[in-house]
Design a protein around this ligand. Sequence first.
Ligand code: FAD
Ligand code: DHB
Length: 390
Amino acid sequence: VRTPVGIVGAGPAGLFLAHLLHRQGIESVVLETRSREEVEGTIRAGVLEQWTVDLMQDLGLGDRMRREGHFHRGITLRFNGESWHLDFEDLTGGKRVTVYPQHEVLRDLIAARLANGGEIRFGVQDVQLHGLTTDRPRITYRNGDGEPEELHCDFIAGCDGSQGTSRQHVEGRTEYQHLYPFGWLGILVEAPPSHHELIYARHGRGFALLSTRSPDIQRMYLQCGPTDNAADFPDDLIWSELHRRLETVDGWTLTEGRIFQKNVIGMRSFVCDRMQHGRLYIAGDAAHIVPPTGAKGLNLAVADAVYLARGLEDFYGRGRRDRLEQYTATCLRRIWKAERFSWYMTTMLHTNPAEDPFEQRIHLADLDYVVHSRAAATALAENYVGLPLD
Ligand code: FAD
Ligand code: DHB
């Protein structure tokens, strides 16, 4: 089978890329190792940047998001027994926080892709890349029935996430990594919202985050150890920690409900400083990881897809290669800023047992600065709602 662009991975990076290319008349085939049900059922990100929301609308993929998404003016920060609201809409000239879960985004992208005749091959195995430094790279794999198949392409997009293998093909890369000595315990709860916006809390016992999913389902996170096991957290321990870390101001209470999912998420920062090799371009978590605190990972994956689509459009439409050649450099400028912001939010809001008391006071000073200085609040706000695309 021949296709202009072979896309490995049906996450946000791969699926947005397929839609962006299709809009320009460039066809592609998406290969995915998991089943459609698994892809659509994995609970991950929750927050979309304003331009990601606008892009979904532009691509004609925004109808359900407009109806079911939650649009917030800003967020609340809690620390030192105080609660402060940051009004992003005011600070950024009208941009908002959109809570619309990643798996709902993926459901919308998959449905629209299949409806317009685009291909996604789920449940493939043994995906291997060949001939990347030739003009005719190939992907070999086994289809859902275990039979060998081959895809002949002009270009390959490695959108296979942090555990994928496409990055290993990028020769001459340098990898930067930073580990954090904590993780998040994430829970899904059957309960009404306790607050109309997200609450990020720094507390002596550790970070806590109140988020939402729908009017009946809430998402909450609790700082835990990096290798903790979700099964070791009984429900009553989770609730007592959430109450202690979030109920730090008079008159506000957290509504409990049935916890129906628990998982532990590791925290790391990672950047691969080359994102292309011959006809292979890698995008999204395949090339970079951020800790979840800044809500940047999904959005950053989509930004890579936008830059790659622009490069491929120039190649097919005008025979120009300069944007493709500049792909890594263009992406890295945005990636390092998102890495900085995610690291800043993470270090400012978590209790790090490895830090000395001086460093802990610095983080409180940082929070105090953010809530009292319009300049500092604006800097946080413009990063949170998403810096403009280059
Ligand atoms: P992925 O979503 O990982 O997709 C890669 C796909 O490739 C997968 O479906 C995988 O099965 C497939 N694959 C792997 N190997 C192969 C192969 N060899 N062949 C074929 N297919 C393959 N980000 C935000 O922006 N906002 C948030 O609020 C946020 N919160 C988060 C909360 C949690 C708990 C977690 C875990 C993450 C969060 N993130 C958030 C990060 C976000 O989920 C990821 O950054 C995003 O999924 C990256 O998209 P991707 O397409 O690059 O990779
Ligand atoms: C969610 C995840 C985040 O990382 C974040 O900063 C805010 C919300 C969420 O899953 O709802």
